[in-house]
Every structure is written in structure tokens, then in C-alpha cells.
Design a protein around this ligand. Sequence first.
Ligand SMILES: [Fe+2]
Length: 273
Amino acid sequence: MSLKDIADSLKEKKQSSADNTIPINKEFVGHGENINMRIHTIPALKLLHVNIPMGYINAINEHIDNVIIPNNKSFADGLVGQINQDKKSAQLDFPFDTEFGQEFQKFMEMCGTTYLQKAHDRQSKAEAFQCWTVHSYAGDYNPFHSHGVHTRAGLSCILYLKVPECIEQNKNKETMIKLTEATGQCDGWTQLIWGQNTRKELYELKHQEQEYILPIVGKLIIFPHWLNHQVMPFFGEGERRTLSCNFNVYDTKEESMKYMSEREKRIYESEKK
Ligand SMILES: [Fe+2]
């Protein structure tokens, strides 16, 4: 998809997605005039969730088993993951220069570009420039970090490819993460962190700034590259296998000029000549 195609598709007028008007109890409506109330929400973070069909997940795992693992090209020197507790623990390069890799790159870029358009109304294109797999076993973990990209905006993602039974057994509790009572419920979960608010601040009418993601095979999440995250260790049999990519973001001219003053636009145009 070219940048022009993306720009054209965004020109179609969007219908208002939600009516936030709050109905008022009639006893409070006086003087013959209606009172309008609405909630104005200012978002802090948007994620794209994609459920990838098992047929494609199986093909990706097959490619990893037959090509990526035998090639055994470590990607660990650029990653913070402490993935070393098992002889099969590894963080491996997943190059895009094979036939399978090229097709997969196109799929991921379609997802990334969709995120930019739908979550941020942005006439831009996501280009995946690096990709790696993480093969974690009992005791492996990934400390607090974010990802780097080469453009002003950027995206990252996590695709869950294999989830051990000891993590998956918590899938019915996806929205009920319990940190008290030493339940181990968050073992192997990914924690997203975009601020410092904790439960105490929720009581003060602040909003959540952390979220736990339960790994489920086939789940892909795409997020801005600056989003801090970490992965808790787990303690049980089996492999927790994920794949991540980083994306550069290329803006259209219109998008690049969106927030510029008239003077900045003139300078931008003259520098482009
Ligand atoms: Fe990461």
C-alpha cells in the first residue's frame, strides 16, 4: 500500500463512533431548557490487538523450528532479556530476506499501518526493519525496557507463539490479575507500563498506567515503541515463545505538516525544494 493509498482511504469521512451524551433525570431539567452532559476522554495509550489464525501461527512456528533455530543467529547483544536458564533459552534473529520472511514482513507492516491509521488517524506507513524470536524457559525473564527505532515515531509488537500450560491455565482470569496472596498469577505475563499510577492513585480519580497482558497463542499486540514493558518469569515445563518486530514510521507530507505553524510550514516547504 502506497502512502497515497493510505491518504486517500483516510479522506473518507468517518462516522461518529459513539454518542457520549448522558441522559439527565427529568426532575433536574428546568426553565424549559435541556441540559447536556458528556464525558470527554483524553486517551493515554492505544494498542492494536490482532488474533492471528492458528494455520498461520503453525506456519510461523514451523519456519522458526526449521530455519531460525537451526541458523541460531543470536540477537541477544541488542536485547535486555535475561533468557539463559535452559540450554534451549535464546533470542534469535528472524531475517526478512527469505521468501517466508518477506511475506511475514508484509503482513506485519499491514498490521502496523492499520494501527497508525485506526488508532492515531495518521496518514503514515509502518516499515518493519528488524525482527527476533524469544525462546524462554522456566526462570527466564525480561526486565523493564522500551524499544528503539530510527524515525521520530515508531512501533513495536509482541506475537505470542507458544505458551506453556503453567501460564495458560490462568487464561480465564485475564482481567483479574491478583498480586496479593502469592498466587503466581502473573508468572509469564507481559506488563505494559506508561506511567507510575498504582492502586492508591485510582482512589484519587487518576487512571491506570499499567496493564498485564496474558500470553495467548495467536495474540499479537502492536504499540508505540516508547511503551515500557517487562516480562515476568514463570516456573514450569515448556517453552514460552514470542516474536517481536520494530517498525519505523514514514509520514506523508500532509501528516508531517499537521501540527506546524504557518511559518514552520513555509520553512519546511523551502527546505524540501
Ligand atoms: Fe521488549
